[in-house]
Write a protein that binds this ligand. Structure first.
Ligand code: UD1
Length: 356
């Protein structure tokens, strides 16, 4: 192939910006790609969006569809409508979609209906919990994409079981690429990206999944566990969680609240914490890559490798289980290299070129 491959990336929510950062950086290094970035506007606050583009040096989106928040159906429908119009204007060779958000699903659907080729980055993950909107987004996106980039061997096994192996490539995890790159930045400038006013010693937590935030029983159990821990819990608060904490009249005890943190500040917070308590998928991996134990505040995880390695304990929202897990010692064995070798974006670029 001796012409430039025209790529459209579609992103909309925080974890997707991190994945896009790794892939777009690799594409910029090569001369084979022209890139266009469409932001659906699913996340729109500065701390939920712009800060990631600045931290990760991602070119500003070419267009922002400004879709914003809504119910699952209406948000996805508005994205689908706006994306169709946008993709018709600039028909690319490949549409790249990332992860498992409503922006991922809408982009894959809009593109395949226009007979554009779709590649799914971070494909074939399964939680086997169909109450999660993300699980539905994953199953549908994998089913209709032309090319699937699997981050782990477990994801490859899901592809095999579902008959998707023929167009699945093991790439490794682009979030591991990102950490490998930015870990060097943090080590070079250890005084940068500190959040001022933190307790001297702390646990780091995030809570944003509807299964936790929209269920007062689960949310109260999680905050009861935080109150029982021997050090304060630093909690950058997702806007939805902030609203529901007020709605349910929960008074967080032993908790140091922050606004949502940018990418590099968050990595600094992880590195300096005792351990991480979270219901985020991305943060489970970031903790693992940075050598911190994780307590997963969900009933299951897609990142089963981290659990097999004893660096992650899945506790659900059971207060005693959360406290017990947070107090566990660090595992003796280091983390394994289940997420590739930090060159997932390179594999993705090579594969796109070879298939075009
Ligand atoms: C989405 C993804 C989830 C991902 C998460 C990362 C789906 C189904 N879920 O969930 O997989 O882990 O992003 O954060 O796509 N809000 C703001 N400002 C913003 C964005 C959202 O205030 O910039 C508030 C709104 O009240 C909104 C709520 O957060 O209703 C939820 O936003 P939503 O777009 O549904 O996504 P997340 O819950 O963040």
């Amino acid at each position: 192939m001796n012409r430039t491959l025209r790529i459209v990336h579609v992103v909309g929510a925080r974890p997707q910006f991190v994945k896009l950062g790794a892939v777009s950086r690799e594409m910029i290094k090569r001369n084979d790609f022209s890139q266009r970035i469409i932001h659906t506007g699913q996340h729109y606050d500065t701390e939920m969006s712009d800060i990631f583009f600045d931290d990760l040096d991602i070119p500003k989106p070419d267009v922002n569809l400004g879709v914003g928040s809504d119910t699952q159906g209406r948000q996805t429908a508005r994205m689908l409508q706006a994306l169709e119009a946008e993709l018709l204007k600039h028909k690319p060779d490949w549409v790249l979609v990332y992860g498992d958000t409503n922006s991922t699903l809408a982009a894959a659907l809009a593109a395949v209906k226009l007979h554009l080729r779709v590649a799914h980055v971070e494909a074939c993950l399964r939680s086997f919990n169909r109450f999660m909107p993300e699980e539905i987004n994953r199953i549908v996106t994998d089913g209709i994409s032309d090319l699937l980039f699997a981050p782990t061997r477990t994801a490859m096994n899901h592809a095999r079981r579902e008959g998707l192996l023929e167009h699945t490539v093991f790439s490794g995890d682009v979030m591991y690429d990102s950490i490998s790159h930015y870990r060097r930045v943090l080590d070079r400038d250890p005084d940068d990206f500190f959040t001022p006013g933190l307790p001297s010693s702390y646990y780091l937590a995030t809570v944003h999944r509807p299964a936790n935030t929209d269920n007062p029983l689960r949310l109260s159990e999680i905050f009861a566990a935080f109150a029982a821990l021997p050090h304060p819990v630093v909690l950058p608060l997702h806007p939805r969680t902030s609203r529901t904490v007020q709605e349910y009249g929960i008074t967080p005890e032993n908790v140091h609240l922050l606004s949502p943190a940018g990418y590099l500040s968050m990595l600094r917070l992880v590195l300096d914490s005792h351990c991480v308590l979270t219901d985020s998928g991305g943060l489970q991996k970031e903790a693992y890559f940075l050598g911190k134990r994780c307590v997963t505040l969900r009933d299951e995880t897609e990142w089963i490798e981290t659990v097999h390695d004893h660096w992650n304990t899945v506790t659900g929202a059971d207060r005693n289980a959360i406290v017990r897990a947070a107090l566990l010692p660090e595992p003796a064995a280091p983390q394994k290299d289940a997420f590739g070798c930090g060159n997932a974006a390179g594999v993705i670029c090579d594969t796109l070129l070879s298939q075009s």
